[in-house]
Design a protein around this ligand. Structure first.
Ligand code: RP5
Length: 168
């Protein structure tokens, strides 16, 4: 598991269990690719409630721009973090064993009015997109990140244009 790699992280990546890492590493991979200062750690809402609340309570004072929170099943981590901070919380539903992450998605997306959690798709795509969205927040105040995002989009465009279909 990755822990603090750099000082003053802009983005926090937290997850309910080490078992979420296989999904959440896709968020970290994007942050690394864009050279964003980040930290990543396990932060369980039900196994580490005091640490979770402290993390959320300190996020604004630590100048964090966003918290990417992944959890599975009764996935209350993103919502509980959002309850304790006004730093944007980006929720990633992690696939669960029996309900395949639909439970996680519903747990995260159905926040009552007043305490928002930006919710992404189930699994790897959601984790990667949450990181890209966090970088888009950074790009609002950083020309460097805006430029990097433009390049990233251009690469996808070029790859799609160059794609060839297999022969029948
Ligand atoms: C949630 O319960 C975690 O986010 C994880 O997705 C799920 C299962 O956790 P483990 O039992 O694998 O630790 O809290």
């Amino acid at each position: 598991m990755e822990n603090d790699r750099r000082q003053q992280p802009l983005i926090g990546v937290v997850m309910g269990s080490v078992s979420d890492w296989e999904v959440m590493r896709h968020a970290v991979q994007i942050l690394k690719e864009f050279d964003v200062q980040y930290e990543a750690q396990v932060l369980s809402a039900h196994r580490m409630p005091d640490e979770m609340l402290a993390y959320a309570q300190n996020a604004r004072a630590r100048s964090m721009v966003a918290i990417i929170a992944g959890a599975g099943g009764a996935a209350h981590l993103p919502g509980m973090l959002a309850a304790k901070t006004t730093v944007p919380v980006l929720g990633v539903p992690v696939p669960s064993q029996y309900l395949r992450g639909v439970d996680s998605l519903h747990s995260i997306v159905q926040m009552p009015k007043g305490v928002p959690v930006a919710t992404f798709s189930i699994g790897e795509a959601g984790a990667a997109n949450a990181a890209l969205f966090a970088i888009a927040l950074l790009a609002n105040v950083s020309a460097e990140y805006a430029h990097k995002l433009e390049l990233f989009r251009q690469q996808q465009h070029d790859a799609a244009c160059a794609a060839t279909l297999p022969n029948l």
